[in-house]
Design a protein around this ligand. Structure first.
Ligand SMILES: Cc1cc2nc3c(=O)[nH]c(=O)nc-3n(C[C@H](O)[C@H](O)[C@H](O)COP(=O)(O)O)c2cc1C
Length: 219
């Protein structure tokens, strides 16, 4: 427990509300409230494909922003080659993702790797048990086990303010591959058959029941 979280909690009570909620100020170690998981494919110098689990990303239009630690092989490969596949696993793939979790493609290890219990593994397909399939427009291999795969190109790289160990990459979508059985008759992803794999405070989840639809939902 950190110093800050040992301090007495400050309680906030809602104004103008009949609800009995109270709020406590906390200092969590991570802010991973819940995001989908992706497996990122990038090309190593020798032409082989590196795979890494990640969850710090979001999409807007045809762009993705992904957040990567600078000590990893994925960040190094992305900066050098400018291309990657974002492979989206379903809950069925969580164990393969977890097999990647404690591995790095880096041969020149950083103190971060030992602190996090991460070992060097260059054969990421073998360790994960995932099968590969060629991409169409870029060099890194896609993960055939992941039902959705997006080929992307890097548009920009940004170093986090006062945090050189954290990088953000802006990616542009090139091609989206979807496993055929997940498509409905109109060629849309059938939302009742697709679930992302979610990462919630470092635990894996599938999606729950559908609660409703947004007014923007088209199908
Ligand atoms: C589910 C999951 C999500 C992760 N999300 C991220 C992430 O968003 N960014 C990141 O830099 N590392 C993330 N990691 C940690 C990396 O996978 C880990 O540092 C790995 O060693 C990177 O491999 P590489 O060095 O071969 O790129 C995540 C790990 C897991 C298991």
């Amino acid at each position: 427990m950190s110093e800050t979280s040992r301090q007495p909690a400050r309680l906030d009570f809602p104004m103008n509300s009949q609800r009995a909620s109270t709020f406590v100020t906390i200092n969590p170690d991570v802010l991973y409230f819940g995001t989908p998981v992706a497996v990122v494919s990038t090309c190593n110098r020798d032409g082989t494909t590196n795979l890494a689990a990640m969850s710090s990303f979001w999409a807007l239009g045809d762009r993705f922003i992904i957040g990567l630690g600078s000590a990893g092989q994925t960040a190094e490969n992305l900066a050098r080659t400018g291309e990657c596949v974002l492979n989206f696993p379903s809950p069925d793939e969580w164990q393969g993702v977890e097999k990647l979790a404690s591995t790095t493609g880096k041969r020149d290890r950083q103190p971060y790797h030992d602190a996090a219990g991460i070992r060097t593994v260059v054969q990421k397909f073998a360790v994960s048990g995932f099968a590969s399939v060629a991409a169409k427009e870029i060099a890194p291999l896609r993960v055939a086990d992941c039902p959705i795969q997006v080929e992307t190109r890097v548009l920009a790289r940004h170093v986090a303010t006062n945090q050189p160990a954290l990088l953000y990459f802006e990616l542009r979508k090139l091609l989206v591959h979807v496993r055929e059985d997940l498509l409905d008759a109109n060629g849309h992803v059938a939302i009742e058959r697709w679930s992302p794999l979610f990462y919630v405070f470092r635990h894996y989840f599938g999606k729950g029941v559908r609660l409703g639809r947004s007014y923007r939902a088209q199908y």
